[in-house]
Structure formats: structure tokens, C-alpha cells
Design a protein around this ligand. Structure first.
Ligand code: SF4
Length: 245
């Protein structure tokens, strides 16, 4: 973990961390409810500046009303705005969904395309969203570099890059492609439940021995265990060998 760590040593450490994340977060998954690629594309657009939970509360009615790209393309703007209002920025988002529907109808026969290059040509679909869609709707491995991902891989010194695309390429070299999608979910879960932005639960983290940023948060097991979040607090504490809070 020193600054002189070789590329091979970093790769080995990264893969050990990935393995421990798998053990810590067996329930990791895409938290945006969807049953097909179009629904996932719509949900990811709505998730900008909103929580996944908030999006999941809004989408059942939306998906029941709009089933195809053509439905969004010809949507009544006021009605669509009403259905996405609770997710925030509803005017922009309704506009994005109409434009997404139009682009899909005009250029892709109404189907969500299956390649990164095509997905990023769609309105409001950036590289991160495209990778979410590829990984979770099409089973094409993708790394989803969101704020949790950026923070955690930085703390683990997997890369010193700050730009999300450069981070994606750096992590792609460390982790086998087939693991990219699930690794992304597990990193996000670890970011939400253990390695928080402000006070990470270092003293109750299973990655402590492999993490150069151990000590960024409290190392006292009791204090750290209290910082764990989510439905698996007891399991996470047990895995880290600390008393459950
Ligand atoms: S030891 Fe601390 S900084 Fe490192 S991953 Fe765990 S919680 Fe995050």
C-alpha cells in the first residue's frame, strides 16, 4: 500500500478488496426498479438529483401509462410533468423523456440500443447512465462511476485519477470485465453503508487491512459500528469482528 506499490500488487489488492466486498454486500443490486431496458433508461434519467427510492415511488404509475418509446415521444407534456414531479426538476426531466422517446423512435426503431457508443448519443444519457443500462438491462459488463465509486476507489488508492472516464479505465485494468457490473453495485453499497463521505466506519470495516485510508473515520470499534447503516448492520459488524451497535 506504499506509494511504491507495483501495478501487480495493486491489482492483487484490488481483487482482494473486490472479494471482501462480495462477502460484505451479497444483497448489492441495481436499486432502480425496472422490467426492461426502456424502463431502466427512464429511471436513470429520473434519478438525477433524486434518490432511487423517490424514483421507485414515481415509476409504477409512469411505466403503466407509457410503455413504449413512441408513448414518450408523443406524450402530453403537462401530464408527463405531473407524473415525474416528485423526482424534482420535473420540467427538464419530462422534456428529456420526450426527447429520449423521439430519438429512440427516429434512430433506433423504438428500441434502446445495446452499445455504449449508441447509448451516449441519446439525450441525457451520459457514460455513467449508459453503463448502468448496459450492465443491468443487457448483461454487458459496465463500471458505473458515481460519487461513491469515485470516493472509494480514491480512498483505496486504486487510482489517482479524478476524471470519471479516466477512473473507469483505471479500474477496468484492475478488475476482470465479467465482475464490473456487480463490483459497481457493491462499491455503491459500501459507500452508502460503511465508507461514508464524511465519517467512514473504519473501525468496523472489513477492508481495513487493505485500505490505505484506514483512520479517515473513527477506528474505535464501538464508535465505528454505530456509523454502519442499512438493513445489514449486524452482519457487517460481525464480518468486521466488532460488536453490533
Ligand atoms: S477502512 Fe475506512 S476509508 Fe477504508 S474502506 Fe473502510 S471505511 Fe472506507
Amino acid at each position: 500500500m506504499s506509494t511504491t506499490e507495483t501495478d501487480l500488487a495493486r491489482k492483487r489488492r484490488a481483487r482482494r478488496i473486490a472479494k471482501l466486498l462480495e462477502e460484505a454486500h451479497p444483497d448489492a443490486h441495481c436499486e432502480l426498479d425496472h422490467t426492461n431496458p426502456l424502463e431502466l433508461a427512464v429511471a436513470t434519467i429520473l434519478s438525477a438529483q433524486s434518490t432511487d427510492k423517490g424514483v421507485n415511488e414515481a415509476t409504477p404509475k409512469l411505466f403503466a401509462r407509457y410503455r413504449t418509446a413512441a408513448d414518450y415521444a408523443s406524450a402530453d407534456r403537462a401530464e408527463l410533468e405531473g407524473l415525474v414531479k416528485t423526482t424534482g426538476f420535473f420540467r427538464n426531466k419530462a422534456d428529456a423523456l420526450i426527447k429520449l422517446g423521439q430519438a429512440l423512435v427516429d434512430r433506433f426503431d423504438g428500441e434502446v440500443p445495446r452499445t455504449l457508443d449508441e447509448l451516449v448519443t441519446l439525450p441525457w444519457i451520459g457514460r455513467k447512465t449508459a453503463n448502468v443500462i448496459l450492465g443491468n438491462a443487457f448483461d454487458v459488463p459496465g463500471l458505473t462511476v458515481d460519487t461513491h465509486f469515485q470516493r472509494l476507489v480514491g480512498r483505496w488508492a486504486w487510482t489517482t485519477e479524478k476524471d470519471p472516464v479516466k477512473i473507469e479505465f483505471a479500474v477496468a485494468k484492475l478488475i476482470e470485465k465479467r465482475d464490473w457490473t456487480m463490483l459497481s453495485h457493491r462499491i455503491i453499497f459500501h459507500g452508502r453503508r460503511v465508507c461514508h463521505a464524511r465519517k467512514p466506519a473504519c473501525g468496523a470495516c472489513t477492508l481495513a487491512k487493505l485500505c490505505p485510508s484506514y483512520g479517515t473515520g473513527p477506528t474505535d470499534p464501538v464508535a465505528a459500528a454505530k456509523l454502519l447503516k442499512g438493513p445489514r448492520v449486524a452482519e457487517l459488524a460481525a464480518l468486521a469482528g466488532v460488536p453490533a451497535p
